[in-house]
Design a protein around this ligand. Structure first.
Ligand SMILES: Cc1cc2nc3c(=O)[nH]c(=O)nc-3n(C[C@H](O)[C@H](O)[C@H](O)COP(=O)(O)O)c2cc1C
Length: 203
């Protein structure tokens, strides 16, 4: 059986979704996948980043994380997305990245990618599910196979119980107020498992 190739594609301003992406990487590696953690390209003007010390520090801390490209999606059997909730939908940086996959889509190369999504928001009911669904809507157009966690493991109940994908609430100080590490790792393992079925199921 050949190894599942997983791309964890994230956007983060303050580090939350970056941390979710790293936990997903750990979970997927434990499940035997080959993993790339990739950030989507920034769209905000440098002047906005400079005015926000937390944002500026995060950009600096993650400067060595490679930027995601459509080639990475072609490489991947599975993709886990992680994006902050922004006015109830995915961050524009993530949407722009998805919008640049039109060429891959036209060649039929987005079909049967196994996908799953995670998010964070400042309020416990601030639009997390809507954000994940905004990603899953685009995934239907890709012809991707959406692998939500559902309630496939008890850890989900201990992490806010979101069956659409792991989500976490961040306080005013930018720190996560729930412990979702185990839920993220479970979601990553499940994504790899489903991708394994799709990739090797006919062998
Ligand atoms: C422009 C903007 C819009 C946001 N919209 C929402 C929102 O609709 N609901 C919410 O609870 N939090 C909202 N937030 C807070 C972000 O979701 C929160 O800062 C983010 O999840 C932190 O993730 P990060 O550390 O990876 O950047 C918003 C933040 C910004 C900057």
């Amino acid at each position: 059986m050949s190894k599942v190739k997983l791309a964890v594609v994230y956007y983060s301003m303050g580090g939350t979704n970056y941390q979710l992406a790293r936990w997903a990487e750990e979970g997927a590696k434990e499940a035997g996948a080959e993993v790339k953690v990739l950030k989507v390209p920034e769209l905000a003007p440098q002047s906005s980043i400079e005015k926000n010390p937390i944002w500026k520090a995060h950009v600096e801390a993650t400067k060595d994380v490679p930027e995601a490209t459509p080639d990475d999606l072609e490489w991947a059997d599975a993709i886990i997305f992680s994006t902050p909730t922004r006015f109830g939908v995915m961050a524009s940086q993530m949407k722009q990245f998805i919008d640049l996959t039109g060429g891959l889509w036209a060649e039929g190369k987005t079909v049967n990618k196994v996908v799953s999504a995670m998010s964070s928001a400042q309020n416990s009911h601030g639009g997390q599910e809507a954000t994940i669904l905004s990603l899953y809507t685009a995934m239907c157009h890709w012809g991707a196979i959406i692998a939500p966690p559902g309630y496939t493991d008890p850890v989900i109940f201990g992490a806010g119980g979101n069956p659409y994908g792991t989500t976490v609430t961040v306080g005013q100080d930018g720190k996560m107020i729930e412990d979702v590490q185990a839920a993220v790792k479970h979601q990553a393992k499940r994504t790899v498992t489903v991708a394994q079925w799709v990739k090797n199921g006919n062998q």
